[in-house]
Each structure stands twice: as structure tokens, then as C-alpha cells.
Design a protein around this ligand. Structure first.
Ligand code: CMP
Length: 138
């Protein structure tokens, strides 16, 4: 069993896609183990995306991620990390496969509807960033 962190980003929450995206998660067989609605402060967005600090899009990304509420979830299942990434699709919605969340709900390479951890170490850090063990249903 593997756990991963999923975020439904401000563009998707703002446009009313939370229900659609959670429905896709349920249909995929991945299990919701924790769920919260949060409006990140800029400092929280900066800390979460610290790994991208040197990237040219970092400032804009942090502005965007703190621009409105997000839905944050812990997903669990066999191969949860790659399965959630497959469901999300490529970072740029224009390059994402048909039927993926980013293709269907993303706007552009920044406002791309959803986030997912990219590796087990990242998932552990990202889950712990938002949730304590008491928040996660086992
Ligand atoms: P995410 O998977 O959350 O990881 C980092 C985020 O930075 C990414 O999704 C996008 O929201 C954003 N991002 C990645 N590449 C670019 C880019 N070239 N220009 C703007 N934003 C980007």
C-alpha cells in the first residue's frame, strides 16, 4: 500500500470541479484517507513548493496557489503515487492525454487543476506538511 498527496488547485475549486475530481478518484479505486479545504497563505505556498524556488515560475506559482481555497487529500492504494499521476496527466493540459484530469479541467501549465506527489520521499514530506497521523484514516 502506498500513500500520496493530492491537491485540487484554486482554478479547479473556483470553477466548481471538486465534485467531478473526487468522483474520478473514487472511480479509480484509490481510497480517500484524509480530506481538507484550506486557503493557503503565501508563506505556506512558498514552503510547500520550496523545491521549485529557483525556477522562473516560482513567484507566480506561489501567488496562484495562495489565490483561493484548495482541497487537499491523502490517497491510498497499491501504486497510489503513479496511479494518481496517470489520472492527473501531463503538467501542461495541452499535452495531457484525453480523459486525464488536467486535460479535462486544467487551464494552462500553471493553472493545471491538480497536484500529486512525484515519488515516495516527496509523498511522505507532502502528506506530513498538511496532515498529522491523527488526521489520516487507517
Ligand atoms: P505541480 O505538479 O503542482 O508542480 C509544480 C507546479 O508548478 C506545476 O504543477 C504547475 O502548477 C507549475 N508549473 C510547472 N511548470 C510550469 C511552467 N513552465 N510555467 C508555470 N508554472 C509551471
Amino acid at each position: 500500500m502506498e500513500r500520496t498527496l493530492a491537491i485540487i488547485k484554486p482554478d479547479a475549486v473556483r470553477r466548481g470541479f471538486v465534485g467531478d475530481i473526487i468522483k474520478r478518484i473514487d472511480a479509480s479505486g484509490l481510497k480517500l484517507r484524509a480530506l481538507r479545504l484550506m486557503h493557503l497563505t503565501r508563506a505556506q505556498a512558498e514552503a510547500f513548493y520550496e523545491v521549485h524556488k529557483e525556477r522562473p515560475f516560482y513567484k507566480s506559482l506561489c501567488d496562484y496557489m495562495s489565490s483561493g481555497p484548495v482541497v487537499i487529500a491523502v490517497l491510498e492504494g497499491e501504486r497510489a503515487i503513479p496511479r494518481w499521476r496517470e489520472l492527473m496527466g501531463a503538467t501542461d493540459p495541452k499535452k495531457a492525454d484525453a480523459g486525464t484530469l488536467r486535460k479535462d479541467f486544467g487551464i494552462d501549465v500553471e493553472q493545471n487543476a491538480v497536484h500529486g506527489s512525484d515519488a515516495p520521499e516527496t509523498a511522505a514530506r507532502e502528506v506530513a506538511f498538511f496532515f498529522s497521523s491523527l488526521d489520516i484514516v487507517s
